[in-house]
Design a protein around this ligand. Structure first.
Ligand code: NAP
Length: 280
């Protein structure tokens, strides 16, 4: 049974889901179908991944009741103008073939684009909540100052902030900011995208061995115990199963602390800095 996290808008989100970044469009329907067979019910996609249609195809083919699924998408960087937000949200629902979306996020704040005005973009997202086609509004890659600004200027607090987090980059400043506003944190790149070396780190390997689990399972368990929401991505069914099998063991406080100690601060960041990232 996957735990759920209650959001500040009184909705609930499954704490474990399935990510689809870099899942090629032509392989998405089959990959997501496998994830649904394994048991995942929360799928994270984005306009920018160009694979929403494949997610929708898998969802519709699965026969799983819509209310048992949690689907997230994200506003792409070229669509921040308020009228584009509305148009592109319509397109997302069309691509997915769904009547409503559970969660829609501003993918990046882009503070050096659009004259620094991500507030109007946020206002446009909030307005989507009005007609029942969007359940929950959130942001992604928002730094503390970005959150402070949208809350101060709109009075509406996002329900989630999806940011890079893994053992080499705990991103505590953002987590603390989110906690102070009761914003749930979603950890993207939870496995350090594998390439970071997190899964080969001796401290992680040691914790995994102590429980007869894999390094990926130890890291995902660490995230869950911290209270963050995760959606690891894999193209391989055996890894989808591995990443889903997290609920029969628990890290001790000392084990969690040994993974905490791997944090490298800014040095550990894999992705772009949200303060300067400007690709549209
Ligand atoms: N908001 C944002 O800006 C943002 C940015 C990045 C990601 N995301 C979201 O977060 C999700 C997760 O992040 P991510 O996909 O970047 O990285 P991730 O889930 O940390 O890592 C994915 C990588 O790890 C490998 N992998 C998966 N399970 C494994 C296992 N058990 N053992 C060893 N290797 C394993 C995968 O390879 P195989 O596929 O070959 O198994 C893939 O190369 C994304 O898919 C996306 O939905 C959001």
């Amino acid at each position: 049974m996957i735990p759920t996290i209650k959001l500040n808008d009184e909705t609930a989100i499954p704490q474990l889901g399935f990510g689809t970044f870099l899942v090629p469009p032509e392989e998405t329907a089959q990959t997501v179908a496998q994830a649904l067979e394994v048991g995942y019910r929360h799928i994270d996609t984005a306009q920018g991944y160009a694979n929403e249609a494949g997610v929708g195809e898998a969802v519709r083919a699965s026969g799983i009741p819509r209310e048992d699924l949690y689907i997230t998408s994200k506003l792409t960087n070229s669509m921040h103008e308020p009228e584009d937000v509305v148009r592109s949200f319509d397109r997302t629902l069309e691509e997915l073939g769904l009547d409503y979306l559970d969660l829609f996020l501003i993918h990046w704040p882009l503070p050096t684009r659009y004259e620094g005005d991500f507030v109007s973009t946020w206002n446009a997202i909030i307005e989507l909540l009005g007609d029942g086609r969007l359940r929950t509004a959130g942001v992604s890659n928002f730094e503390p100052a970005h959150i402070e600004r949208i809350v101060a200027e709109t009075g509406t607090v996002p329900a989630v902030n999806q940011v890079e987090i893994h053992p080499y980059f705990r991103n505590e400043a953002v987590r603390e900011e989110c906690a102070s506003h009761d914003i749930a944190v979603e950890a993207w790149g939870p496995l350090g995208q594998a390439k970071s070396g997190v899964l080969e780190d001796p401290a992680v390997v040691e914790v995994a061995r102590a429980h007869g689990k894999t390094p990926a399972q130890a890291v995902l368990r660490w995230h869950l115990q911290r209270g963050d929401i995760v959606f690891p991505k894999s193209m391989r069914r055996e890894r989808m199963e591995e990443n889903f099998d997290l609920f029969d063991f628990e890290l001790t406080a000392a084990e969690a602390a040994s993974i905490d100690a791997l944090d490298r601060g800014e040095q550990g960041r894999m992705g772009p800095d949200p303060n300067t990232f400007d690709r549209v």
